[in-house]
Design a protein around this ligand. Sequence first.
Ligand SMILES: [Zn+2]
Length: 250
Amino acid sequence: MIKISSVPAKAFILLFIFIGSIHFSFAQQKKIRVLVVTGGHGFDHKPFYDVFNAIPSITYDSLVQPQANALIASPQVNKYDVLVFYDMPDSISAAQQEAYIRLLKKGSSMIFLHHALVSYQDWPEFLQIVGGQYHTRPVVVNGDTLKANYEHDVSIPVKVEDKKHPVTRGIDDFEVVDEVYSDVEILPSIKPLLSTTHPKSMRYLAWVNHYGNSDVICIQLGHGPSCYINPDFRRLIQQAIEWSAKQSVK
Ligand SMILES: [Zn+2]
């Protein structure tokens, strides 16, 4: 009697463990794999990486330039669903430029944060990829001379331009203490997500720029801890990664 009843009970327990382990490994596999690229500009490491540590839907590796661009130009890049750039390098080889363009033509996901807007002053296509650029030398755009500048520790009123977009959905207008950039070139074709009326800041603080077959996201915010700990900034980064991963074609 005992043996007969215990067999289905054991089978049930084994089945339960089996299903549980499948579910567990499925959940593990489904995490978004992010590469966080840094290098070329200092930052406060622990509070910056805590932004990513707090996102349950991702796993991430971090890589410093120039190693990151070497990886991006190799098949190893296919390990990642989303590339997040928080770097500010000067130079990039012709082969690496081609790799960025090839990935974006395919539909790969790239997100550019804060000082990544200042990267690659001598690679004109970078402006077309990001949809904006902080030029370190004065440039004339549509007859206006842009002399980009910055100011730290500014209390910035942030307006959500598109409340229905998956990257900004659920985020109300907010305030953040962060660094502003002024006189940054922004392409008219970008789709604005965030803006500000702060007189010392560029107008748009986040946008989507279509390049190749990719929707590239640019977020100007993110200089230091006062921004990293802001819950609206954190939600923005999480939703940007999650939406970008969904759009990704690999
Ligand atoms: Zn900064």
